[in-house]
Design a protein around this ligand. Structure first.
Ligand SMILES: O=C(CO)COP(=O)(O)O
Ligand SMILES: O=C[C@H](O)COP(=O)(O)O
Ligand SMILES: [Zn+2]
Ligand SMILES: [Zn+2]
Length: 310
């Protein structure tokens, strides 16, 4: 199978009450680790590149590395997705460059402006056989969300979500229900607004919802980073059982970047400290790649639940 879009994988995930893991890729070792895990678990997977990843590696490198990986595991459905495209031009560049899915993140814009640009991206993408993820609601800085007013101000409004999808024709929608990006998601108790997710699911039946900021910030990797000279303090993510529950609901795509960063950094730190005489990058990058693979295998089994689903 060549690279594919996300339609079929989301359809099956929705019906099967699981989700597809969307993992951020920045280099060859990360791509290889994720693909080895997807192959071992016989699961579809989404490889996503942010604007930062495209700048770091060079977009054609990412596209060609992913295409090479897809040739190696022809039975694994793989989508190549743009993560958080900030404008029409970046989305167009990815569509023209071989991506099978793009996100336009207009969440910082007023509703009408978000609708306008999302529509423009959808029009171009669909004409080129590419699917579009959009975003509504604000993900950042949810500090111990307690009051209903505070939630309503930041989280996605279910009725607006339904209206947004109807107006734009986007193929999936990222919503804000309590997650946030990075390693420091909650200063108090972890929280996900399932009631809101349920409402969105009712208003948008059979429609794939996306959860950004869905790393667990796996404690053993944080501990290992710190054991081998790192300083990652006070990090907290979304517990696995909470994500698993969301995956059984309307959530079909679970975004994971921070857990990759932590797994890879922990393994590289350990390797460098344990083998101070070594200066061959292949040695510590191999350890990093193995950690990515192990972490992604675990996610596919225990969090997104997509093992043996192809
Ligand atoms: O949402 C993400 C990428 O778009 C990643 O989220 P994390 O920072 O929780 O891994
Ligand atoms: O949501 C953001 C992703 O974690 C990508 O991060 P990045 O822009 O630093 O590549
Ligand atoms: Zn195989
Ligand atoms: Zn994100």
């Amino acid at each position: 199978m060549a690279l594919t879009d996300t339609k079929e994988m989301f359809r099956k995930a929705y019906e099967g009450h699981y989700a597809i893991g969307a993992f951020n890729v920045n280099n060859m070792e990360i791509i290889q680790g994720i693909m080895e895990a997807a192959h071992e678990e016989q699961s579809a997977v989404i490889l996503q590149a942010s604007e930062g990843a495209r700048k770091y590696a060079g977009s054609p490198y990412i596209v060609d590395l992913v295409k090479t990986a897809v040739r190696q595991y022809p039975e694994i459905p793989v989508a190549l997705h743009l993560d958080h495209g900030s404008c029409f031009e970046v989305c167009k560049d990815c569509i023209d460059g071989g991506f099978t899915s793009v996100m336009f993140d207009g969440s910082k814009h007023p509703f009408e402006e978000n609708v306008r640009i999302t529509k423009q991206v959808v029009e171009y993408a669909h004409a080129h056989g590419v699917v579009v993820e959009a975003e509504l609601g604000r993900l950042a800085g949810v500090e111990d969300m307690v009051s209903v007013d505070a939630k309503d101000a930041i989280f996605t409004d279910p009725e607006e979500a339904a209206e947004f999808v109807a107006l734009t024709g986007c193929d999936s929608l990222a919503i804000a229900i309590g997650t946030s990006h990075g390693a420091y998601k909650y200063s108090g108790e972890p929280y996900l607004d399932y009631e809101r997710l349920e409402k969105v699911g009712k208003l948008l039946p059979n429609y794939p919802i996306v959860l950004h900021g869905a790393s667990t910030v796996i404690p053993e990797y944080v501990a290992k980073c710190n054991e081998f000279g790192g300083k990652v303090l006070g990090a907290k993510g979304v517990p696995e059982d909470m994500l698993r529950k969301a995956a059984t609901m309307a959530v079909c795509k679970i975004n994971i970047d921070t857990d990759i960063r932590l797994a890879m950094t922990a393994a590289i730190r350990e390797s460098l400290v344990k083998h101070p005489e070594n200066f061959d990058p292949r040695s510590y990058l191999k350890a990093g790649r193995q950690a990515v693979k192990d972490m992604v295998s675990h996610k596919i089994q225990a969090v997104v639940g997509s093992s043996h689903s192809i």
